[in-house]
Design a protein around this ligand. Structure first.
Ligand code: AKG
Length: 327
């Protein structure tokens, strides 16, 4: 694929790149086959700028405390603030401008085409990824957010032009189709953050394509699609910011988050959700507030296994600890 030429954006000739007036059936059919698509110009430059400014307010704690974030000195500038954060989960729960992105018209058009008329959001993630920050190894989002009907869909809003150099998303087109959740293991690779890596799948890096996009585009991807991002190797002082919202059908249960006591897995349905389109057949169950706005570890101060809390060691740390064993 030709590298992103920002001056020539939007892309009109490249498969999988659409504009908001696209035919919903064409969107649906490309997505069913490939497991991803790009909706260009979903957000205009003023909206993108406002979201970047809001990201600073969130990081500064102006929208409420961020769990696991260290207190910030009062006198540091915006760049110093942003460089301290890689990814904040659930910003839609503290910020109205972030929550408003869930209702973006171009986004709803794609979601109702690829999921169905009734759609809810359960998660958002604000990636800052300043120069030098790691990416996330190969994974499938349903590893983390299990839907019953495989309707999980990420909507990755580019807040900067996302390029190979600054760590755009990479996807393996069609890798969602087998419907298999591949095993995951610790990678020990400094290019990536603390999340585990999917292994044992029948594709290799040559099957992957970079999804370079202009700021304001949204990359949509299926919860079974293998995807990853590499570190931001662009010059110091630059960012690859993205706001990712996760959606699913309202019909599916969502066994995610803290399992309520006395509720079987079959009946477990997290109600910490926002209905963004259509109707929720379970609205009589009410809605909850379970998840906190939280900073995700980026690996700088170590990683641990989310299940066992055992420490995870990067390969270079292991080499320092036992240089002879690795000689
Ligand atoms: O933006 C990134 O670097 C990774 C995002 C991602 O993998 C995801 O949203 O699932």
């Amino acid at each position: 694929m030709k590298p992103l030429d920002v001056a020539a954006a939007p892309r009109t000739e490249v498969d999988g790149y659409f504009l908001p007036d696209a035919d919903p059936e064409t969107i649906k059919s490309f997505y069913a086959q490939n497991g991803y698509l790009v909706m260009q110009q979903a957000f205009d430059p003023a909206e993108v700028k406002a979201l970047c400014n809001e990201a600073i307010e969130i990081c500064r704690g102006k929208r409420g405390a961020i769990k696991n974030a260290e207190p910030l000195p009062e006198d540091i500038n915006d760049d110093e603030v942003l460089r301290r954060f890689l990814c904040i989960h659930f910003p839609h729960k503290c910020s109205d401008p972030v929550r408003d992105t869930l209702f973006n018209p171009a986004t709803l058009k794609v979601l109702t085409s690829v999921i169905g008329p009734n759609v809810r959001c359960m998660q958002s993630m604000l990636f800052i990824k300043s120069a030098g920050k790691p990416g996330q190894a190969w994974h499938q989002d349903e590893d983390y957010i299990p839907t019953r009907d495989r309707s999980l869909t990420g909507g990755w809003i580019a807040l900067d032009n996302a390029t190979v150099e600054n760590g755009c998303l990479w996807v393996i087109p069609g890798s969602h189709r087998p419907g298999v959740l591949w095993e995951q293991e610790w990678h020990g690779d400094r290019r990536f953050d603390c999340s585990e890596e999917s292994v044992g799948f029948p594709y290799n890096d040559d099957d992957a394509i970079p999804v370079e996009v202009e700021a304001g585009s949204v990359v949509f991807f299926n919860g079974y699609l293998l995807h990853r991002s590499l570190p931001n190797n662009a010059p110091e002082g630059t960012y690859r910011r993205a706001l990712v919202n996760h959606f699913m059908s309202c019909e599916s249960h969502l066994a995610w988050g803290p399992q309520p006591e006395g509720v079987t897995s079959a009946k477990w349905d997290s109600r910490d959700v926002v209905v963004v389109a259509g109707e929720d057949p379970y609205s009589h169950r009410g809605y909850a507030d379970e998840h906190e706005v939280i900073l995700r570890p980026d690996g700088r101060s170590g990683c641990m296994d989310w299940g066992t809390s055992e420490p995870r060691v990067y390969k270079d740390e292991a080499e320092v600890a036992s240089p002879k064993a690795n000689a």
